[in-house]
Design a protein around this ligand. Structure first.
Ligand code: ZN
Length: 149
């Protein structure tokens, strides 16, 4: 799943879980569960520069939405929401370290990540694009509902 939905879900969890360590653990764990759903992702095997732009745009989109939502909360909760959003994408950050180290670091985490990722959608296959986008739209909608309720 792309990064923005993971960030929003981590942010939404922060409105329920106020213990920072528990929130970090929950946001990261839910990341793997969300990756089980058939979803669309942009290619990260093309040029490094193009990939970097996509990732920056993805994170910026998540932050942009979160900053609008943040205005509804006071500062201790704002910090938690950003904390939750950050840990929502930590698993992908760890996988990025795996890629950039060419498999030298965090191999187990990568295997764990791939395990969840391929639970429904087999490796090297993509779900129909409409379905992949639909699941992400639903995840974003639920996260926003929970943040704005
Ligand atoms: Zn992931």
């Amino acid at each position: 799943m792309i990064l923005a939905p993971h960030m929003l879900v981590g942010a939404a969890l922060a409105t329920y879980i106020h213990h920072p360590a528990l929130l970090a653990l929950s946001a990261s764990s839910v990341h793997y569960l969300l990756d089980v759903a058939p979803h669309w992702e942009y290619a990260i095997t093309s040029s490094k520069r193009t990939t970097a732009y996509k990732i920056i745009a993805d994170i910026a989109t998540g932050l942009f939405i979160i900053f609008f939502v943040l205005q509804r909360f006071d500062s201790p909760e704002q910090a938690l929401i950003l904390w939750g959003a950050f840990f929502g994408i930590v698993p992908d950050g760890l996988s990025a370290i795996y890629f950039f180290s060419r498999g030298k670091y965090l191999r187990r985490q990568m295997q764990f990540h791939v395990f969840w990722h391929t639970l429904i959608v087999p490796k090297e296959t993509d779900p129909p694009r409409w379905l992949g986008i639909m699941t992400e739209v639903i995840v974003v909608a639920i996260a926003l509902f929970l943040l704005l309720r």
